[in-house]
Design a protein around this ligand. Sequence first.
Ligand SMILES: N[C@@H](CCC(=O)N[C@@H](CS)C(=O)NCC(=O)O)C(=O)O
Length: 216
Amino acid sequence: MAFLRLYDYPASGNCLKVRILLAQLGLPHERVTLDIFGGDTLTASYGEKNPARTTPLLEVDGDHLPESNAILWYLAEGTAMLPDGPFERGEVVRWLLFEQAWISGIARLRFRLQAGFLPPDDPSVVRWRESARRGLAVLEEHLARHAFLAGDAYSIADVANYAYVHVAPEAGIPLSDFPAVTRWLRRVEETPGFVNDLAHLPPDGAQRRGLSIYTV
Ligand SMILES: N[C@@H](CCC(=O)N[C@@H](CS)C(=O)NCC(=O)O)C(=O)O
């Protein structure tokens, strides 16, 4: 069993994905909590571990793996959270890519609104919200016909998308227009060992923008 250390930011949905999977797989690990508004990702030593300076970052026996969905894939290999069949694995990749392309727009919005980077009526907020709604509409169509995203069984595809879909209201996108998505969120939350300890972003984050990789 490899030694695992998670570099984690409590208010990050990308980090929440990894915390959910570690809990559901019952994997022992160490956790290092970073403050991304305190300059913790901008240090030289963090840059050596992860040149992109993002969280989450998983240390595995001294090697470092960034990118939340890559971490999910690594941890889930050989477990029921990653199917065996080539088609089903293709479906998992599809939904992991979909999450980064469409659902991470909710992350961008939530981050900038909650941490005070942009006012709610900023034109880019309006544009990102429209794009996130298009992503949610795709999920709605799929989940009206399927219990889970890939191969109709719970997998890392669901974990990855859950992390930001469930906070869509925090980005100003009510989920009342997406009833199948809402039922799926509850199904995910009912899976054994599920945890959700996502924290709020600091409302004054924008005042410390020079201490994070995010400037706008
Ligand atoms: N595509 C990356 C995005 C990671 C990312 O943007 N992480 C943010 C928190 S959600 C972060 O750590 N930012 C560091 C900083 O602002 O200094 C992933 O899925 O892991």
